[in-house]
Design a protein around this ligand. Structure first.
Ligand SMILES: Nc1ncnc2c1ncn2[C@@H]1O[C@H](COP(=O)(O)OP(=O)(O)OP(=O)(O)O)[C@@H](O)[C@H]1O
Ligand SMILES: [Mg+2]
Length: 337
């Protein structure tokens, strides 16, 4: 569990130091820094922001560096120091020791949820895939390896198809297709396994996830064999796991098209909680970050989520809210000015 967060020159905070509990509600008016605190936790766990790709945005205006650290059992656990004036700009520490991001020990997982995640998730299959790939990569190093291998092969095959279209020899395509099939099979299996597991976790019977696997491995083999010319003409991969999708159902409504916004949000929150419980059961230390919990939810749904967080979620959780809610004894309010 993270028991303290310290930030320096991070967005609107010149210096901020706060003790944390298992369940935290960050409360404050617009612009008080609620999302910034979630972003700081996310950043130090995953080495990236959920709002920007530009580190400069994260440094308080007029400063040259930011520094984020989180503590566990009273000791510094993770720290990221970023200085845009140094040649080596970013420094990453685990338990006080400097690490390269790539070689760091397996640390804290972070699941992030906000209105923009909801919006993108319900609108784009590519975002849904990315969301799941991201979760699965955090969950299993093996999935992360398979996924990055798949991406490499996918990119090389696309390049090759474009070259063949421009007149290069077709011979290498069979070799690439074989590699593509081997790695696709692994991805299909891992994704299907994960969705089955998530559907076994119960909070609400009215919720389930469907894995929309556009091809199976036999179908894919045939598609690649009989549609080579089509792929060459278009110069890109037309078949495979990059076409997969996930549909989340709530009260038998697919949240991508039928469910209302509030219903979709409830379904995605259930999904997130199930994933976090799965992480918890597998001893993966996880934090859940939910920005603006009450947005889009009516009072009843809001209270349902609060009570779930209060009594059933095992992972450490941070929510943000415009209003203080004192009804739940396990949820500690962090008040911002
Ligand atoms: N690099 C930066 N330097 C200084 N201030 C910044 C920087 N980036 C953002 N801010 C400011 O930090 C403040 C806090 O932003 P944040 O998004 O965390 O607010 P919030 O509490 O989540 O508000 P809301 O309720 O509207 O979502 C804002 O006033 C924002 O303009
Ligand atoms: Mg905000």
């Amino acid at each position: 569990m993270i028991d303290r967060l310290k930030v320096k020159n991070f967005r609107g905070f010149d210096s901020f130091d706060v003790q944390l509990q298992q369940k935290n509600s960050i409360v404050g008016i617009n612009g008080s820094g609620k999302t910034t605190l979630l972003e700081a936790i996310y950043y130090v766990c995953l080495n990236k922001s959920f709002r920007t790709q530009n580190n400069q945005d994260l440094i308080s205006i007029g400063e040259t560096f930011f520094d984020i650290s989180i503590y566990s059992k009273g000791n510094e656990y993770l720290r990221i120091f970023y200085n845009n004036e140094l040649y080596s700009k970013k420094h990453y520490y685990v338990n006080g020791l400097k690490h390269f991001w790539k070689s760091k020990p397996n640390v804290l997982k972070a699941l992030n949820f906000s209105s923009s995640v909801l919006h993108e998730f319900t609108n784009k299959a590519s975002v849904r895939r990315l969301f799941l790939d991201h979760i699965l990569s955090q969950l299993s190093q093996e999935y992360g390896t398979i996924f990055s291998e798949f991406e490499k092969i996918y990119v090389s095959k696309n390049r090759l198809l474009k070259m063949i279209r421009s007149g290069s020899d077709e011979k290498q395509l069979d070799f690439y297709n074989e590699k593509f099939i081997r790695i696709s099979e692994k991805l299909y299996n891992e994704r299907a396994k994960f969705v089955d597991i998530i559907n076994c976790f119960t909070y609400n019977d009215k919720f389930f996830v469907k894995y929309i696997q556009v091809s199976n491995i036999d179908k894919l083999k045939n598609e690649l064999k009989y549609n080579k010319q089509k792929e060459i003409i278009l110069g890109k991969c037309l078949y495979g796991p990059q076409k997969d999708d996930y549909h989340i159902y709530f009260k038998n409504k697919n949240i991508n098209n039928i469910a209302s916004r509030g219903e979709s949000k409830m379904a995605l929150l259930f999904f997130l909680f199930r994933v976090s419980e799965y992480f918890f059961e597998n001893l993966l230390d996880t934090v859940i970050l939910i920005d603006d919990l009450e947005a889009e939810l009516d009072d009843k749904n809001s209270e349902n989520v609060y009570s779930l967080i209060n009594s059933e979620i095992n992972s450490q959780i941070f929510i943000t809210s415009l209003k203080q809610n004192d009804r739940y004894s396990n949820i500690c309010n962090i008040l911002l000015n």
